[in-house]
Design a binder for this molecule. Structure first.
Ligand SMILES: [Zn+2]
Ligand SMILES: [Zn+2]
Ligand SMILES: [Zn+2]
Length: 175
């Protein structure tokens, strides 16, 4: 969907096609700019346009008021379920309507690495507040017994140990 207004307000060049970030957000860069992984700097035009991620309507009802829940991705890539009857008033910084929000705990993505304990595949797990760990794909959580199940191998990663290969973390704040 290339529209005529898809031009960079800084330099007037065409914007590049929409890119999905690993955290589920969408952005368009200026076609005159590119990310240099060697220097960790943007080269050329540094214009980035963040796109609104449309909330996805869920087939779940708000436990507070019974309205539909929607899945929304925040500007920091965190995911939450929120009530469609609620909205955010930027002026008063308060929620209008229903304030039900449920944060979604973390995401996991498969890794091409094997668990040193049991040899199963590892997954990269990102917690809701952005901490990352490698854990064994056989591990799970028994909600009834409130116990971990399967292999308990976990390796927490310090900030910076996982490099975002597209430079997303270096992008200017979304506004
Ligand atoms: Zn530009
Ligand atoms: Zn509600
Ligand atoms: Zn394991």
């Amino acid at each position: 969907m290339m529209k005529n207004d898809d031009v960079c307000p800084k330099c007037g060049a065409q914007l590049s096609p929409i890119t999905d970030t690993p955290t589920g957000r969408k952005l368009q860069r200026c076609s005159q700019g590119s990310w240099n992984p060697q220097t960790h700097k943007n080269e050329g035009c540094d214009y980035v346009k963040w796109l609104e991620v449309e909330p996805v309507e869920l087939d779940e009802k708000c436990p507070k008021c019974g309205a539909k829940l929607v899945l929304q991705v925040t500007r920091f890539g965190k995911k939450m379920k929120k009530c469609s009857a609620g909205s955010w008033d930027k002026e008063t910084k308060k929620v209008i309507g229903c304030d039900y929000i449920e944060w979604i705990n973390g995401t996991s993505e498969p890794l091409d690495e094997k668990c040193p304990k049991c040899g199963a595949n590892l997954v990269l797990y990102t917690t809701a507040n952005g901490k990352k760990m490698k854990k064994c794909s056989t591990s799970g959580w028994d909600k009834v017994a409130k116990k971990a199940t399967g292999c308990e191998y976990v390796l927490w990663l310090k900030a910076g140990q996982v490099n975002s290969d597209n430079g997303e973390e270096f992008l200017p704040p979304e506004e």
